[in-house]
Design a protein around this ligand. Structure first.
Ligand code: SAH
Ligand code: SF4
Ligand code: F3S
Length: 475
């Protein structure tokens, strides 16, 4: 039997990719690329790695697909509408490909990891040249070179669900003051509705040393805020024998950059140690994304979430007593199979009780191969939509209430750039994650400044620079 490759991608494998990048660079002669990204921050960050590799290969970014020599679709399959959008947009490129047959069209990301997906993509879209998956993203240079040299279609998906970790690939981060940093990959939770464990493989963590090294490089490059990424950051380090864990990682990162955020936390694993570390840390922001999914114990059980409503609310209380100014956000699914009107009312009452700053709300979408897709009691589309509407309305009022409660306070705001709404104004975020627009100079970007909050809107705050306040670290 062939030996399984180690989870950590070896230096030799990486060396081969670097050699391929050099070879493409010699032949690419100033081509352009466009990456179209769908889905979550994981995918957004994967696209930054693809952009880093393309840059090393001598390509330059373009906003206009019509000018691109390489177009990549980095896909998402979390819900049916995500998949449909991807398919529509790939299809729309067939005319362009006829005009410019030399253009290389690649599809990667979560959608391609699904059973039968690569075959079906190649069949439905004859103009696609390259298909690869999430586990072998690091092999993109080699696969691109193969397409360039052979002129043939290339497909390669790694189906070993343990997945790989490739450390040290080039990354081209999208401007701004915040950067993404992957601390772990994959998910072991198998919530019954969710496709992620099937397309992202098992949980595997990087080491604290690797993460700190990357964070230090990010700080050196001028980033002020780091968003740590993982499907369940609470289980960081627990997949190995290292004894490392998430609170220890936060401790090691404290002070490396002025601000640290993370997502996502699973309520079943949210420990007291993490809450204590968060309360103590200078860098970790008082913001917590804690997806609840449903407020009904029966539905939570069917979802395989492995916590109860009472446990969730107890964790919320623990967070709020340790960090009184903490802002909470969540994810909620409406219309899970078997959800009764009473179950849904339980979700609404939980939202009323917790008073989130924001909630990402979704209509349940059956995903092939997941347990929930085969459950009895699938809910009619109209009912799902009607429930979602009620949920959104309730959340809107909660968001307004939370924004309103900040009026009159002075907040430290990390300036991100010019305001999108008003000319001459700048925009930034409070530690809690709320957007504030206020008068200031464009060269304040990257500074953390005290701002007195003067008014609240539906989604944002207004304020004015508070001259009497003390400006925080790193002016
Ligand atoms: N790992 C994170 C996020 C996963 S995907 C977590 O555990 O919360 C982001 C959100 O998409 C989920 O929190 C869930 O609310 C939603 N989601 C996932 N699968 C879905 C499905 N089949 N239908 C509708 N929403 C879904
Ligand atoms: Fe999906 Fe659940 Fe894993 Fe989140 S924790 S990625 S919802 S299986
Ligand atoms: Fe989508 Fe994959 Fe993220 S399915 S939500 S891009 S992990």
């Amino acid at each position: 039997m062939a030996q399984r490759p180690p989870i950590e991608v070896t230096q030799e494998e990486l060396k081969r990719q670097r050699a391929c990048m050099a070879q493409v660079k010699d032949s690419a002669a100033g081509g352009k690329y466009k990456i179209v990204t769908y889905g979550c921050q994981m995918n957004a960050h994967d696209s930054e790695t693809l952009a880093g590799m393309l840059t090393e290969m001598g390509y330059e970014p373009t906003e206009d697909v019509a000018l691109a020599d390489v177009v990549l679709f980095n896909t998402c399959c979390i819900r049916d509408n995500a998949e449909r959008r991807v398919a529509g947009n790939i299809s729309a490129l067939s005319a362009l490909k006829r005009e410019r047959p030399g253009m290389i069209l690649g599809v990667c990301g979560c959608m391609t990891q699904q059973e039968g997906a690569p075959e079906s993509l190649l069949r439905r879209f004859p103009h696609v040249d390259l298909v690869f998956g999430t586990h072998n993203l690091f092999r993109f240079p080699e696969l691109l070179l193969e397409v360039l040299q052979s002129g043939r279609r290339v497909t390669e998906i790694d189906r070993d669900e343990r997945g790989r970790i490739a450390d040290g690939l080039p990354v081209r981060r999208e401007g701004g003051v915040t950067g993404y940093l992957n601390i772990m990959f994959g998910c072991n939770n198998f919530c019954s509705y969710c496709i992620v464990p099937y397309v992202r493989g098992r949980e595997r963590s990087r080491t604290i040393a690797q993460v700190v090294r990357e964070a230090e490089e990010m700080a050196k490059s001028g980033l002020k805020e780091i968003m740590l990424l993982g499907q369940n950051v609470n289980s960081f380090g627990l997949d190995g024998e290292s004894g490392e864990n998430f609170p220890l990682l936060l401790r090691a990162l404290d002070g490396v950059v002025p601000r640290i955020r993370f997502m996502t936390s699973h309520p079943k694993d949210l420990s007291d140690a993490l809450i204590e570390e968060m309360a103590r840390s200078h860098s970790v922001c008082p913001q917590f994304h804690l997806p609840v999914q449903s407020g009904s114990d029966r539905i939570l059980m069917e979802m395989n979430r492995r916590y109860t409503r009472a446990h969730y609310l107890e964790r919320v209380n623990a967070l709020r007593s340790a960090i009184p100014q903490v802002g909470l956000t969540t994810d909620i699914i409406a219309g899970f199979p078997g959800e009764t009107e009473q179950d849904f009312e339980d979700t609404l009452s939980l939202v009323r009780q917790v008073r989130y700053d924001a909630a990402f709300t979704f209509i349940y979408s059956p995903r092939q191969g997941t347990r929930a897709a085969a459950m009895d009691g699938q809910i009619a589309e109209a009912v799902k939509h009607e429930r979602l509407d009620r949920l959104i309305k309730l959340q809107e009022s909660s968001t307004r209430e939370q924004l309103d409660s900040c009026v009159g306070s002075v907040q430290d705001v990390l300036v991100e750039g010019p305001s999108r709404r008003r000319q001459g104004e700048i925009s930034g975020r409070t530690g809690r994650g709320m957007t504030v627009n206020f008068a200031g100079a464009p060269d304040w970007v990257g500074r953390i400044v005290p701002v007195r909050i003067t008014a609240s809107g539906a989604n944002t705050l207004r304020g004015e620079y508070d001259k009497s306040g003390n400006e925080e670290m790193n002016k």
